[in-house]
Write a protein that binds this ligand. Structure first.
Ligand code: HEM
Length: 230
């Protein structure tokens, strides 16, 4: 019954969006921070990538915790997209006739950036997994399983890859800004007294995530992060 209320009502879907969004914020903060280990060199970075696979050892076996986390973020992103599509449809049905002149009021602007931005991020995510996890996109020197540093540095030799990553992480920064702010509203932090503080916190998160992610491909492109013996 509680699950049905969650999946059927508008507020239930918004709660699903907020909670699944929060799961991704948690993942992204750690991922962004983890990426900055490229500045410590190949050995350190690969050691960290290996740690991710061995997490929980010796209690848990190879890949166990990572697999649980992978399932969690996959379920979260699928539910997030499902709730977004479902809320968009409901909003459209509630307003059947098109406005003669569509007013781009603030709410429309935000929801348009969220929808198209979300689509860019989803496409990026598939490309990113194909690039660095599945090794399906050609990179100079070839994809080497277990050498995340080599794959990362090779991947960003290509300026088009760097540009695509920059566009995606800019979309991500905006998405996190609007999304975190909406999340605060949904989860009940809507005392007007704290509005500007919460908006500020959402903005800081969006900007930090954009800068923290963007700096890595740019550092490779401009030669600050190189392959060993290059
Ligand atoms: C410039 C920014 C980014 C860089 C340099 C980067 C780098 C990497 C690398 C090197 C891996 C492979 C790690 C390994 O298998 O050893 C990886 C995996 C991954 N990245 Fe990113 N990433 C970036 C941005 C993002 C963003 C914005 C997202 C999400 C929107 C994301 C989501 C993921 C996911 C889901 C994985 C797979 C983790 C796993 O299942 O093992 N990454 N990333």
């Amino acid at each position: 019954m509680a699950v049905m209320t969650l999946t059927r009502s508008t507020i239930g879907k918004k709660v699903i969006m907020a909670v699944t969004g929060l799961v991704w914020i948690g993942f992204l903060v750690f991922h962004m921070y983890g990426n900055l280990k490229v500045y410590n060199g190949a050995e350190y970075f690969n050691h960290y990538a290996e740690f991710l696979r061995e997490m929980g050892s010796p209690l848990f076996g190879h890949l166990h915790i990572l697999t649980i986390l992978r399932i969690l973020v996959t379920v979260a992103v699928l539910l997030h997209i499902w709730a977004a599509v479902s809320l968009t449809r409901a909003a459209r049905n509630a307003r059947p006739q098109n406005y003669e002149m569509k007013r781009l009021v603030q709410a429309d602007y935000a929801s348009i950036t969220m929808r198209y931005g979300g689509l860019v991020i989803a496409l990026f995510l598939l490309y990113h997994l194909a690039h660095f996890t599945w090794g399906l996109i050609p990179i100079p020197g070839g994809f080497i399983t277990g050498d995340a540093y080599h794959n990362l540095v090779g991947g960003f030799q290509n300026i088009f890859n760097v540009l695509f990553y920059l566009i995606a992480v800019a979309a991500l920064g905006l998405h996190l800004y609007h999304g975190t702010w909406s999340m605060f509203q949904t989860l009940g932090f809507n005392n007007q007294k704290y509005d500007s503080t919460l908006r500020g916190a959402a903005l800081v998160l969006g900007i930090l995530m954009f800068l923290g992610f963007a700096i890595v491909p740019l550092s490779v492109l401009f030669g600050f992060v190189k392959l060993p013996l290059q």
